[in-house]
Design a protein around this ligand. Structure first.
Ligand code: ARG
Length: 459
């Protein structure tokens, strides 16, 4: 049964109905729509629109309906109701008869859908926070295990300075920490209840919106009815949280895809998260990581789509806003799945320490250390930089790593260089000297690791 037949003399074209209906995706709001309806029935009873006995009958029927949809949400898809709000009202009327027709008094689908969607968003937040937290914990576990593993650090994808695998893991812990707090911020801002705003001008019944908001678990009611029914900032913000975090996950994925390549050979991914080629028997492809990288695109797309949908929409509700759901659902589902996959990839990851050490040793990654050595002998840094550049060219010419050049070669470039240069050119020395806060020196990584472990435990 449509909610609005009276004004019409002709049936809707079936193609229009298909185009217009949203049940196939907004059925996911069923629980929220029912919970919101129970709260609304109570508000109506308080202002005398329903008797206490009527309200109880409605509440009981709604709760029975909720149990049904929780057990099998997909059953809703059998119906040809226009949207989830029509479906719930239709089922209620089927259960309690004409009494069900009183529920929509003073309410509009506009404040209803805004409320349902906010309730849905509120329910997603803890699930996503938990997933971010789990990934952070896994990164910290790997960081603890791999504390001694040296890794080449890159800029421009050229070997730059040695780092450690732990330091790399902790970099992602930081990014995810910002994703975590961004999501908390967004959640705090969406915690106001639009119910009781009516279609756009406010409800025609003197309901206590403070009580209504509290009963639904919101901090309080929204303050302006026009804004209440047309605000979708929270949808945009939540997708933005996904956008930022997916951007981080895509970099995580890309790093690992590269480390896992035959050319780098730094690690081997578990069979559990890789797949084979139908043609080339030797292949073991990093599909989980590639999909994380690839799905980042659709999440960015959802964000762009939502911005364009909302741009220049006149107040208040417009049907354009029905387009908010699919992008939001997909973005948050995708984010959730990618967080889970990223965590799974980190389980069972085998790092090839010989390879990472060999690569970190090569590529003249100790050149900065050499320049710092010259500085310690009193040479101004800019000059030291120039001298080391020339030494690198010389070493490349002799096909030798810098630490294998004989002292007399070094002497050609600067007579301050002595035998004590050799211990400075080791990987250990490069790492140990990056000892200011946030650097890769083992004692700083230990501090960072302990802090991360404590922070995560205290959460
Ligand atoms: N299915 C609609 C949506 O998702 C519900 C609100 C409909 N309101 C209206 N005035 N037609 O936005």
């Amino acid at each position: 049964m449509a909610l609005w037949g009276g004004r019409f003399t002709q049936a809707a074209d079936t193609r229009f109905k298909q185009f217009n209906d949203s049940l196939r995706f907004d059925y996911r709001l069923a629980e929220q729509d029912i919970v919101g309806s129970v709260a609304w029935s109570r508000a109506l009873a308080k202002v005398g629109v329903l008797t206490a006995e009527e309200q109880q009958r409605l509440e009981q029927a709604l709760n029975e309906l909720k149990a049904r949809v929780v057990a099998d949400p997909e059953q809703i898809l059998q119906s040809d109701a226009e949207d989830i709000h029509s479906w719930v009202e239709g089922e209620l009327i089927a259960a309690v008869g004409d009494l069900g027709k009183k529920l929509h008094t003073g309410r509009s689908r506009n404040d209803q859908v805004a409320t349902d969607l906010k309730l849905w968003c509120k329910a997603q937040v803890p699930l996503l926070l938990e997933k971010i937290d789990a990934l952070q914990n896994q990164l910290v576990t790997v960081a603890r295990e791999q504390q001694g593993t040296v890794l080449p650090g890159y800029t421009h994808l050229q070997r730059a300075q040695p780092v450690t695998f732990s330091h790399w893991c902790l970099a992602y812990v930081e990014m995810l920490e910002r994703d975590y707090s961004r999501l908390q911020d967004a959640a705090a801002r969406l915690n106001t209840c639009p119910l009781g705003s009516g279609a756009l001008a406010g409800t025609g019944f003197p309901v206590d919106r403070h009580e209504l908001a509290k009963s639904l678990g919101f901090d309080g009611p929204t303050r302006n009815s026009l804004d209440s029914v047309s605000d979708r900032d929270h949808v945009l913000e939540l997708i933005n949280c996904a956008v930022n975090s997916m951007m981080h996950l895509s970099r995580f994925a890309e790093d690992l895809i590269f480390y896992n390549s035959g050319e780098a050979g730094f690690l081997e991914l578990s069979d559990a998260v890789t797949s084979g080629s139908s043609l080339m028997p030797q292949k073991k492809n990093p599909d989980a990581l590639e999909l994380i990288r690839g799905k980042t695109g659709r999440v960015f797309g959802a964000y762009a789509g939502m911005m364009m949908t909302l741009k220049a929409l006149p107040l208040a509700y417009n049907k354009d806003m029905q387009e908010d759901k699919e992008g939001l659902f997909d973005a948050l589902d995708t984010w959730y799945d990618c967080l889970e996959m990223a965590e799974m990839v980190l389980h069972d990851l085998k790092v090839n320490e010989d390879k990472t050490r060999e690569a970190a040793q090569g590529g003249y990654s100790n050149a900065t250390e050499m320049a710092d050595y010259l500085v310690s002998k009193g040479i101004p840094f800019r000059e030291a930089h120039h001298i080391v550049g020339a030494i690198v060219v010389h070493a490349i010419g002799k096909k030798l790593p810098m630490e294998e050049l004989p002292l007399e070669d070094f002497k050609q470039f600067s007579d301050v260089i002595e035998d004590d240069v050799y211990p400075r050119l080791t990987l250990e020395s490069s790492l140990a000297s990056r000892c200011a806060l946030g650097g890769v020196a083992p004692e700083q990584v230990e501090v960072a690791l302990t802090n991360a472990e404590q922070q995560l435990k205290a959460r």
